[in-house]
Design a protein around this ligand. Sequence first.
Ligand code: SAM
Ligand code: SF4
Length: 325
Amino acid sequence: MKDKWGRTIDYLRLSLTDRCNLRCRYCMPEAVESVGHDAVLRYEEMLTICRAALALGIDRFKITGGEPLVRKGALSFMAALKALPGVRSVTLTTNGLLLEKALPELVRLGIDGINISLDTLDAGQYASLTGGGNLHTVIRALEAAAADGVNAKVNAVLLKETKDQLLPLADLARRLPVDVRFIELMPIGYGTSLPGLGADETLAVLKEAYPDLAATAERRGNGPASYYASAALKGRIGFIAANSHAFCRTCNRLRLTSTGFLKPCLCYDDGVDLRCLLRSGKTAEQVQRDAAQAMAAAIAEKPAQHCFAEHKGISEHKTMNQIGG
Ligand code: SAM
Ligand code: SF4
């Protein structure tokens, strides 16, 4: 379905949970209170929303969180979503800690891609940034995913304090057939509390090591990354430059929080409470029709752009683990 700015909306990010087994400093650094189990959508409710989304032409789904793999039944849910008629892709974003064990099942269900979040290759810095994460567990999972032929990507948030990690992170794309994508820190939640690094500055550093690094027109994911190739690299280098090169003109996404709140834009707290519809007591067919109607209305009102440059316009105060990144 197209929004009023002519953009085709075909991608939904589904947050399975706000809970996480890490405490990344820019996301949920403290022991924030989790939403109660009853407030979180049941998998069957999420599937109803996915069916409604499919009716509107939204056929690509990203499973996110919090950490999606900490929720019981996440793999069966992904398999059920994959099996819905019309689904083009189901991909997963994970911190990688529970990935190695889940990998055989993910391969079996035909996962279309796995993004692994990893901001540094320094084990001490990783533990400090994530509140105790074990770097080697994540690296092992990444290597296993690559060995299994999974379309794997590394997502690294660009922080001032990890500037010396740009080349070690890029080296993953030399060593393994994985894309390494650098993401500008967004001023959402705790993202406002740390100094980030710009994509242009990052590209300049990488070009010194890979002088032939050149932009490609390839589309390799669900959305806004721009990609660069070098003969020295098996994978690509990607940039998601939400602040310095806003990609709102081509934004194709919606977000659903684990409590069933549909968000048309990351920057604003506007949206639709789909959980009310799901629990209205109507028949399944009626609920699905109502949900599709409510989603279509939300798409129609999708803002033209975010306002990350003027912080006072940002009305979203949820943390990234509550939104789904
Ligand atoms: N736990 C999973 C993970 O870490 O991949 C999925 C959820 S996490 C919220 C999704 C993505 O959002 C991660 O790649 C994370 O690095 C990113 N993220 C969190 N806060 C961010 C911020 N303020 N700016 C940019 N990216 C952020
Ligand atoms: Fe957890 Fe992902 Fe947020 Fe880190 S970025 S705290 S792994 S949800």
